[in-house]
Design a protein around this ligand. Structure first.
Ligand code: ZN
Length: 108
């Protein structure tokens, strides 16, 4: 029996305001990925892998947000959009430092 069901193997570009469909496991469409700095790209790759191994998504989400900030700056997005990204980034940083504190307390 043949099934016509095709799973949706695509996802949406992570850049703010972009609706491009991209292959799953990609973060952004090529146009936007090109706007992300080499440092942040490396961070996205490294943390995506580490997240799968250690189950920690905070570092990955930090890298993704940094990539979104790169694009927003490059595209000259309005200040409130960039401000919202900055706040998200700060919240994640706080979450990360709280997680580190908890880990320290648990092993002390
Ligand atoms: Zn895009």
């Amino acid at each position: 029996m043949q099934s016509n069901f095709k799973p949706d193997l695509s996802t949406q570009c992570a850049a703010i305001g972009c609706t491009a469909r991209i292959p799953r496991f990609h973060l952004m469409c090529l146009r936007h990925w090109d706007m992300v700095s080499c440092t942040v790209r490396a961070e996205v790759y490294a943390t995506a892998r580490a997240g799968r191994v250690y189950g920690s998504r905070v570092n990955y989400l930090l890298a993704v947000t940094a990539a979104q900030m790169n694009v927003a700056t490059e595209e000259g997005k309005p200040a409130d959009v960039r401000q919202a990204l900055q706040e998200k980034y700060d919240r994640l940083l706080k979450l990360k430092s709280e997680g580190a504190k908890q880990e320290k307390a648990a092993t002390a």
